[in-house]
Design a protein. Structure first.
Length: 106
């Protein structure tokens, strides 16, 4: 690798094994090998769409549940089937226009 000594490469490998390598070092090593360094977060299971939908439903369920609790106090609560319909509608709205607290658990 152009401009890299064996000592530099060995040091980088040791750092990587200890989970201490920096992104800058990885970028430099990739460039030295005429490669592109890619850093990514990927879902443990399923697709990113699955993760987004799961979070939207979770948030929607919380919002609808809270609203339904207040409505039930006034004898205006929704039947279970309608609650799920509302959750699905709210989840779609959240996916279309995610709020700033989309990833926050309350």
């Amino acid at each position: 690798m152009v401009g890299r000594t064996r000592a530099n490469i060995s040091a980088a490998e040791r750092s990587e094994q200890k989970d201490r390598i920096t992104l800058q070092t990885m970028q430099t090593l990739a460039e030295a090998m005429a490669c592109k360094f890619v850093y990514a977060i990927v879902p443990a299971q399923g697709s990113i769409e699955d993760v987004l939908q799961m979070q939207a439903r979770k948030k929607a369920r919380r919002i609808v549940s809270r609203a339904n609790t207040h409505m039930a106090l006034e004898k205006q609560g929704l039947p279970v089937g309608q609650i799920e319909d509302q959750v699905e509608r709210m989840a779609l709205d959240l996916l279309r226009d995610p709020p700033s607290d989309f990833w926050e658990d309350e």
